[in-house]
Write a protein that binds this ligand. Structure first.
Ligand code: DX5
Ligand code: ZN
Length: 228
């Protein structure tokens, strides 16, 4: 079930899962995870190459967890709508790869998905703050996009604070998602900065019990909210 718009979301990234058993790996987080985060990389926008639409379409049939598709690809105008049509809950494309983010966000919403805009490590967020009314999710990379297992960059949280301030000031309903190096030792600072959706690859799939790892991360975020 989709959480209420203000409940924090934990989105395990299958990039850190066993690709030979993807359906089993998604089943392992069912009942605990809110979204499953799918990293699509094209060996062009980023050097790495992962999976594409056929895998998403097949995996979609194996689970009812909402899909959070993170497109690290060039030409998202061409490819992103296919993921929305495949039933992805949220489709996020990169600001650096898109000439007209507002138009693409509209297309994604018209296809029935939430629209997400991602900001990579070396991209300032200020020029994109005015686009917030047109998107449902603003994803702040807390690493350089391309590979799992990298070290969390706390200086990226200044962007999270900026975005959260603007969302609050304009009374908008936009999720602020963080992606990269999110784990037990970093998730609380991200939550304090204003993130309300948390991607975690290694921290979930590197654990002996992925569902338990998700629950523990969620409890940490709840503790931050209780303190606020
Ligand atoms: C990297 C991906 C991330 C990755 C995060 O570019 O966007 O979603 O899976 O992995 P961890 O949590 O291991 O940093
Ligand atoms: Zn990602």
């Amino acid at each position: 079930m989709e959480p209420s718009p203000t409940d924090p979301i934990i989105a395990p990234s299958i990039l850190a899962a066993d690709f030979a058993h993807l359906a089993d790996q998604v089943h392992a987080i069912e009942g605990a995870a809110d979204w499953v985060h799918v990293d699509v990389m094209d060996n062009h926008f980023v050097p790495n190459l992962t999976i594409g639409l056929p895998v998403v379409q097949s995996l979609k049939k194996a689970t009812s967890i909402p899909f959070d598709v993170h497109l690290m690809i060039t030409d998202p105008e061409r490819w992103a709508p296919g993921y929305a049509e495949a039933g992805a809950h949220n489709v996020t494309f990169h600001a650096e790869a898109c000439d007209n983010p507002v138009a693409l966000a509209k297309t994604l919403r018209a296809a029935g998905a939430k629209a997400g805009l991602a900001i990579d490590r070396d991209t300032p967020v200020e020029p994109y703050l005015e686009l917030l009314p047109y998107v449902d999710t603003l994803l702040i990379m807390t690493i350089k996009a391309g590979f799992g297992g990298q070290k969390f960059l706390p200086e990226m949280l200044e962007k999270v604070r900026d975005v959260r301030r603007r969302i609050h000031a304009k009374d908008l309903q936009v999720r602020v998602e963080v992606d990269g190096g999110i784990a037990a030792d970093t998730i609380e600072q991200a939550a304090e900065a204003g993130a309300d959706a948390f991607v975690a690859g290694t921290a979930v799939y590197g654990a002996d019990d992925p569902a338990d790892a998700v629950r523990k991360l969620k409890a940490q975020v709840a503790r931050v909210s209780a303190r606020a």
